[in-house]
Design a protein around this ligand. Structure first.
Ligand SMILES: [Cu+2]
Length: 378
């Protein structure tokens, strides 16, 4: 039974998975052998402070060969960008309005709520959560705060695990930046390293450098040790531990508005309190719950998109096109194909007033909640 059929069943109570039927999205368990593999592997945690040199780049341009073309990158004087980030566990409702604005379905809170984990930015010493702003985003946890840097900068992240609900070990693994193995945050059972499995109430400091080949939009996410009886990797990321890294240089064009859309999925097989699989933008499902973006005609827009999990997505915005980077074929496009950990951004000048739908074009994902509203006024 598809998720959509399940939602249309006459009973308002969640339909339990049929015995012997593998629910959609469930994966084959090879837990026993993998558990054996990990047996005896030490979990390295603790408040270890990574020591690595801070590289401060001087002013000037850097020429780097990219494929058969040469691009000019303009480095800013290197800055130290420091973040205090905590992984917090909290109860989270994926459909807070209780309504699906796309197909007209209704959801009770118990059908679409679960214990989430999210990264939040704090004042120094993890004092209190920072208020949301244009720099870090809403800072409500899913996605985590936007981490920014310019070519030449060092990003220092003081990370603390406060996942008091699951008590899982967590980490922060970045894409795009330059880092040493001790600042990778990725679990590797055969070669456990500091920063990959930070236990609850413990902390770790990561340092990442923004090199000239770091420019662009990237993701960061939990990449700690596998958890649960089925030894799932990146369960923390499924539950909400992910965010965007945005790296620029002084030549990056300024825009009037930035939108951030993270595509991810939650599976009933992994989170049994959910009544179905949910396909989400920024920790929410269905229009009216997913972000509603607004702009005015004439404004320069930069839309950042990224994905994690085990699905491929096709991000689509109705009524709009943007440069594809393809000089021989379609020079413009209105879709972006995203696989797990792909991230990118696209710029356009707003020229089409109206109420528009943006959504994942994989029909199953659209029906699972990956749709939202974009309002353009004159
Ligand atoms: Cu999708």
């Amino acid at each position: 039974m598809s998720k959509f059929e399940q939602r249309l069943s006459p009973s308002d109570t969640p339909t339990p998975p049929m015995p012997g039927v593998v629910p959609s999205g469930a994966k084959e368990s090879t837990g026993v052998s993998r558990r054996k593999m990990l047996k005896g592997a030490a979990v390295v945690g603790g408040s270890v402070v990574a020591v690595s040199a801070i590289t401060l780049a001087s002013n000037g341009t850097i020429n780097a060969a990219v494929g058969n073309t040469t691009q000019t990158f303009v480095a800013s004087p290197g800055k130290l960008r420091e973040y205090w980030i905590q992984a917090d566990s909290f109860n989270h409702n994926l459909v807070p309005t209780g309504h699906d604005g796309l197909m007209g379905m209704h959801f009770d809170p118990h059908e679409c709520s679960y214990w989430a984990i999210g990264y939040r930015a704090y004042t120094p010493g993890w004092g209190k959560p920072l208020a949301g702003n244009n720099d870090i985003g809403a800072n409500t946890g899913i996605p985590g705060p936007i981490l920014r840097g310019s070519v030449g900068d060092t990003i220092r992240v003081h990370f603390r695990n406060n996942d008091t609900h699951y008590n899982y070990a967590h980490s922060m693994h970045p894409h795009g930046v330059f880092y040493t193995p001790d600042n990778d945050g990725g679990w590797f059972a055969a070669d456990p390293r500091p920063g990959a499995a930070i236990k609850v109430h413990q902390s770790y400091t990561y340092e990442w450098q923004v090199h000239e080949n770091s420019m662009g939009t990237w993701v960061y996410h939990d990449h700690s040790l596998p958890v649960g009886k089925d030894m799932t990797m990146e369960r923390g990321a499924e539950l909400g531990l992910f965010g965007f890294i945005v790296l620029t240089d002084t030549s990056t064009p300024k825009v009037d508005r930035e939108f951030f859309t993270f595509l991810h999925d939650l599976y009933q097989a992994d989170v049994p309190t959910l009544s179905q699989d949910y396909d989400c933008f920024n920790g929410a499902s269905y229009p009216g719950n997913t972000p509603t973006y607004s702009a005015r005609v004439g404004e320069k827009i930069r839309w950042h998109v990224g994905a994690l999990g085990k699905e491929f997505h096709v991000f689509h915005v109705h009524g709009h096109r943007w440069a594809s980077g393809n000089q021989a074929g379609n020079r413009f496009t209105d879709t972006i194909l995203l696989g797990p950990s792909t991230a990118t951004s696209f710029d356009f000048v707003e020229d089409n007033p109206g109420k528009w739908l943006y959504h994942c074009h994989v029909t199953d994902h659209m029906m699972g909640g990956m749709a939202g509203i974009y309002n353009v006024t004159r």
